[in-house]
Design a protein around this ligand. Structure first.
Ligand code: IN0
Length: 416
């Protein structure tokens, strides 16, 4: 906690969010009367602590269905990601995973020892037991999406198949993330929490997934390269380097940053659809569930833009304080639109005029501003409130910093 506060020292609205988060009574989700269900949510918390809480805040009708959708996809993803499993073994599992989820007692121990979610597959029989308890409507949606995703992953895992064009890039991201949006939208409409229109707008649902996946792929350049995974499209990196791995060579620093701007610009192309999708979502718990990953993504894109560290450091993340502040602020379309405007301005302000995408990114940021002013006028007041927080912050942080330093000196002189 202390390190998180220090990292957010000059962002008092984040320090405030961290302290509130720390002091807030943790919602105790009690599953003790159902051991199998308790084990399910144990695995959910193991896969992603922060997002697990958001899933557990969903209304009862959808909670288990989305928890299982998440865990089934994490299982499939853990097989796809594992580069210690040879293709002859891996591809049949990817293609039949939609049948495996109906096989009582099935487990998988072929993952390499370092796979983060290996235990999930070792105990996958628990997930299958939960899946088979779901209403048939949700089982059908999850199985259909798992089938299409598994086949798409198998295609791109096949030897010689690469993400060459930006169309390939959109197709790959559709298979591993866009389809998740289509599945979730079908669940939202099927349970009646959202209008049937949500399931119909497959284009917007797909963009929700592409914005998240493209942000992750842009962020994970070095980690993926190390594991011999390549998702940046050659049609983009080929404009800046002979080979994709040449981008890490110090002599290619400028070209690498230009390529990074190109990837950031490509991902920003989905923001208009993301805001239009979120505007359709009326159920408060579904809205937060959908909005939180999207605001995390725009904050991450802002952190990535012009940041050469993605070519030298793995696993760079936004501040803990920033994530807690974003989770607190993502409960209305006006607030979310204000957050997108705030980061669009930061992205535009840090753009390098000499960068070939300076204008493209400037136009994309201008469009976000225009769309929000036109369609979400309430975002202007929210933006002013956020900026007041930030501005008060700047002076506030100096005072806070002074107080902390003075406190430290007083403490040292008293007890040293
Ligand atoms: C998700 C998405 C997700 C949530 C809500 C609406 C969505 C609409 C379309 C596509 C995906 C949607 O959210 C999670 C968020 C998540 O897991 N965050 C992790 C961070 C991380 O890097 O793992 C956390 O710890 O906060 C998400 O990233 N994906 C996902 C998977 C399944 C489901 Cl049901 C929903 C993964 C991915 C690849 C982006 C689809």
């Amino acid at each position: 906690m202390a390190s998180a506060i220090l990292a957010s020292l000059f962002h008092p609205s984040e320090v405030l969010a961290l302290v509130q988060y720390k002091l807030a009574p943790k919602t105790k989700y009690n599953y003790s009367n159902d051991k199998a269900r308790e084990r399910l949510y144990y695995h959910l918390n193991m896969t992603s602590r922060s997002f697990a809480a958001v899933i557990q805040d969903l209304d009862e009708e959808l909670k288990d269905a989305i928890c299982l959708f998440y865990l089934v996809l994490r299982g499939l993803d853990t097989i796809e990601d594992d580069m210690t499993i040879d293709l002859e073994t891996k591809i049949p599992y990817l293609k039949t995973f939609h049948e495996i989820i109906y096989q009582k007692g099935w487990t998988f121990t072929k993952n390499g020892p370092n796979e983060k979610d290996r235990q999930l597959l070792v105990e996958f029989d628990v997930i299958i037991e939960g899946f088979l308890k779901l209403k048939p409507a949700y089982q059908t949606i999850i199985a259909d999406i798992t089938k299409r995703m598994g086949n798409g992953m198998a295609h791109y895992a096949t030897a010689g198949i690469h993400v060459n064009t930006t169309a390939d890039y959109d197709e790959y991201c559709h298979y591993v993330a866009g389809l998740v949006g289509l599945g979730l939208s079908e669940m939202f409409s099927a349970c009646g929490f959202e209008s049937p229109m949500v399931a119909k707008r497959k284009d917007l649902s797909n963009s929700m997934g592409l914005f998240l996946q493209k942000t992750n792929i842009t962020r994970d350049y070095l980690e993926d390269l190390r594991d011999n995974r390549r998702f940046w499209p050659q049609e983009i990196w080929g404009l800046y380097a002979e080979k994709m791995e040449d981008l890490v060579k110090p002599e290619n620093c400028d070209k690498a940053k230009q390529c990074l701007s190109h990837m950031v610009w490509n991902a920003m192309g989905h923001i208009k659809d993301v805001l239009e999708y979120l505007e359709m979502i009326k159920n408060p718990s579904c809205f937060k569930f959908c909005a939180i990953p999207q605001v995390m993504a725009i904050a991450t894109l802002n952190m990535l833009h012009t940041n050469y560290k993605i070519f030298t450091h793995e696993n760079i993340k936004i501040r803990k304080g920033e994530t807690v502040w974003l989770m607190k602020e993502s409960d209305s379309i006006d607030k979310v639109a204000a957050i997108f405007r705030l980061y669009a301005r930061e992205i535009n302000n840090k753009s390098d005029p000499l960068d070939p995408h300076f204008v493209n990114i400037g136009v994309a940021c201008g469009e976000i501003e225009q769309i929000c002013v036109d369609k979400y006028p309430g975002s202007t007041a929210e933006l002013a409130r956020l900026q007041a927080g930030v501005m008060a912050g700047t002076s506030g942080s100096i005072i806070t910093a002074a107080v902390v330093v003075a406190g430290a000196i007083a403490f040292k002189s008293t007890f040293a």
